[in-house]
Design a protein around this ligand. Structure first.
Ligand code: ZN
Ligand code: ZN
Length: 311
């Protein structure tokens, strides 16, 4: 079969590879679609903290935003996952070890071994076929959900987790920094929390118009306008309650801590190509900010499948 294999910086090869072989409690799928995450080009160009991790696992087939159709079920997989050959099925992006401190606590997405498809663990979905290995968390996807929708399950599950982490309240003014796939998904999920005001910021106008179509209250282009001033003006000088940072741009973090009100919350989901420098006095002495991290998805795949199947 054909696959895109990562060998290193600027070295992704579309080549012939062996078909995955199914083992006990494993599932082989024919890949229906596989997305390109913002981290994939960073791996290609050797930017940020992820490429050195990938380097320890090369050669590896890229892609963690996959969806496929079951073609082979290993011993016990049918019973464990309630799957039949021909079903659409997705595995969560991380394959937990189920033994480490975090897995024991149930925080499987924080697994210390941290095997992520196409990055640090099993081969990913930029291939004709792939295997969901033993230990995977696998979910059946409704047959009538087209692949072009189902391929959004992974990023939407991540965005949902990010929004959950921010603990949004009804009276909150929420700024979503970055209108890429994750930011736009966060917008749609954050809307379900019905906060007082939702603001989207991005440098690209087409993303901002899409955000408007998706029902955001205010859009700001920080390339054209002073975002900190605008957010303060919109909140009677107070600043916003929550920033969901999904841009991965260091300047967005600097702006986030400036535009947050005292005791505001910054939920950081972006993956950065470079280190970010902010004045930590703002976090402590000046504002008592809460900085919350978000990574992968945690118990949000089934919810996401439900959201997407209900439109
Ligand atoms: Zn991703
Ligand atoms: Zn673990």
């Amino acid at each position: 079969m054909k696959a895109v294999v990562i060998y290193g910086k600027e070295d992704f090869r579309y080549q012939e590879v062996e078909m995955p072989k199914v083992g006990k409690e494993e599932v082989v799928v024919k890949v229906g679609r596989c997305g390109i995450c913002a981290v994939d080009p960073k791996i290609l160009h050797g930017k940020g903290y992820v490429p050195p991790i990938v380097a320890k696992h090369v050669p590896i087939i890229a892609g963690h935003e996959f969806i496929g159709e079951v073609v082979e079920l290993g011993e016990g997989a049918k019973e464990k996952y309630d799957l039949e050959v021909g079903d659409k099925a997705i595995a969560e992006n991380i394959v937990p070890c189920w033994k480490c401190h975090y897995c024991q606590l149930g925080l499987y997405h924080m697994c210390d071994v941290h095997k992520i498809f196409g990055i640090s663990g099993p081969d990913g979905g930029w291939a004709e076929y792939m295997k969901y290995p033993q230990g995977s968390i696998i979910w059946k996807v409704p047959e009538d959900m087209p692949y072009e929708i189902a391929v959004a399950i992974e990023p939407l599950a991540c965005a949902t987790h990010g929004v959950e982490r921010a603990n949004i309240q009804f009276s909150d003014t929420v700024v979503i920094a970055g209108g890429g796939a994750i930011g736009l998904f966060m917008l749609q999920v954050a809307k379900l929390k019905n906060p007082k005001m939702l603001i989207m910021s991005d440098l690209l106008e087409d993303r901002l118009s899409l955000a408007k179509e998706l029902g955001v209250d205010v859009v700001i282009n920080p390339g054209k306008d002073d975002i900190v001033k605008q957010v303060k003006d919109l909140t009677d000088g107070l600043g916003c309650d929550v920033v969901l940072e999904a841009s991965g741009a260091s300047v967005a973090v600097e702006q986030a801590v400036e535009m947050l009100r005292r005791r505001g919350r910054l939920m950081e989901f972006g993956v950065f190509a470079e280190k970010v420098c902010i004045d930590f006095s703002i976090i402590g002495d000046m504002k008592e900010l809460e900085i919350i991290g978000g990574h992968l998805a945690f118990h949000t795949y089934p919810l996401t499948i439900k959201y997407l199947s209900e439109g």
